[in-house]
Design a protein around this ligand. Structure first.
Ligand code: SF4
Length: 399
């Protein structure tokens, strides 16, 4: 996404002036605006947030304010899209810097996922397999068109063997991929509910196509008792058949998209060993977007909200090395002065795309709203919203 440079006057503001102008604009807007701040935002931004949370919690927090005209999302693009899908139709969702994307979400686009799906249909459709048609319907091996609703009673019995693939997308994905999944009987998941979502998907079908984060998909499959070598294949969108043979695709239960988070990929088993040597008794806590060997070597792993709760519930004097984004780890250290808290990677940089929400962008956005001008509105087209909402509602029902 493109973001035009800010007017020169914003570039010349000191941090104190920016802070004062944000406070003043927010006060003028009053209840008309709700500001959401993702945990990975810097302190100078997060202190202005009415709610802090991960992407899923924030999207839900926004729905508690149906009377607010504007939802300003200090996070990345897919989060603002999710908020727009869940928001009241009259509400406007604003992303202070349109260039704040997510490199993981960008690793899967609709064109690639559609091509993958069509390849899977060709390979797994042999012998009477399932073909997916247009909105809300599909064709069984015997040619009957059936509803793609969740009810199995709606499916016409098929005498031929059918391999049914259920798509599951991580919430860190574009709205049109959420719609793709919603249209095909799949669901959205978060890092918190991924095991529930994947278990559900495997009750609906035989295989899961999980995108865009291979690591969350693999860690979840292992948690559910699957073998990462035998039961899982990686789908590389730049290779024919994702780099797999038809046999492997038929054998595997999990087809994992080759995507990753550039922040969480930096954590290693060597870092864990080093901390354990230096601080006997230290506890290692990592996010499930980390690689499987890192998750296996850690003491605990879980979503951002889980990480926060685990540290807050720990006793005074406990020592932690945490494998997640640095702004969150630094804030946890500040807010828990009775504990020793380190980032597992001492060289780590913040999530570079989250970091694009500079306080001056927040200031500009709010001041424009005070003037009556909406800038940087994120609008999910209605036709995408419809099926994206179906997939999100399935996730909410599972939760
Ligand atoms: S931390 Fe990773 S998954 Fe989260 S927004 Fe940044 S790149 Fe995307």
């Amino acid at each position: 996404m493109h973001q035009a440079p800010l007017p020169q006057e914003y570039a010349e503001l000191s941090p104190e002036e920016t802070e004062a102008r944000i406070l003043s604009a927010k006060a003028k807007l009053g209840k008309r605006v709700v500001i959401l701040g993702h945990h990975y935002q810097r302190d100078e931004v997060i202190r202005h947030a009415d709610y802090r949370g991960d992407s899923y919690k924030l999207a839900k927090d926004a729905t508690r304010h149906p009377d607010a005209d504007y939802i300003v999302f200090c996070g990345v693009h897919f989060m603002a899209e999710t908020a727009d899908i869940l928001a009241h139709p009259s509400q406007k969702v604003i992303l202070p810097n349109m260039a704040a994307g997510c490199s993981m979400a960008d690793m899967a686009n609709l064109f690639q996922v559609r091509r993958c799906w069509s390849d899977l249909e060709k390979v797994l459709g042999e012998g009477g397999g399932l073909r997916v048609t247009g909105h809300g319907s599909r064709v069984t091996g015997d040619g009957a068109v059936v509803s793609t609703s969740l009810s199995s009673s709606a499916v016409t019995p098929n005498p031929l063997p059918v391999t049914r693939v259920i798509p599951v997308t991580y919430i860190n994905s574009a709205a049109n991929l959420k719609a793709f999944v919603g249209e095909r009987g799949g669901t959205v998941c978060t890092s918190t509910n991924a095991p529930v979502a994947v278990k559900w998907a495997l009750e609906q079908g035989d295989k899961v196509l999980f995108f865009p984060d291979q690591h969350l998909g693999r860690n979840t499959g292992v948690k559910l008792g699957y073998d990462p070598d035998k039961d899982m294949v990686l789908w590389d969108p730049f290779k024919p058949l994702g780099g797999n043979t038809p046999e492997r695709l038929r054998e595997a239960t999990f087809i994992l998209w080759k995507g990753h988070c550039s922040v969480h990929k930096r954590f290693t088993v060597e870092q864990i060993q080093q901390f354990r040597t230096e601080y006997p008794g230290i506890k290692i806590l990592v996010h499930p977007e980390c690689e499987l060997d890192v998750v296996n070597a850690a003491d605990y792993y879980g979503s951002t909200e889980y990480i926060i709760k685990t540290v807050e519930a720990s006793g005074p004097g406990s020592i932690w090395a945490i494998g997640t984004e640095i702004n969150l780890v630094s804030r946890l250290a500040k807010e828990n002065p009775d504990k020793q808290i380190f980032c597992l990677d001492l060289q780590i940089c913040p999530c570079s795309t989250m970091y694009r929400i500079h306080p001056t962008f927040l200031c500009w956005t709010l001041e424009k709203l005070v003037e009556g001008e909406v800038v940087n509105e994120v609008v999910v087209p209605d036709e995408v919203k419809e099926f994206a909402r179906v997939a999100i509602d399935r996730m909410l029902a599972l939760a």
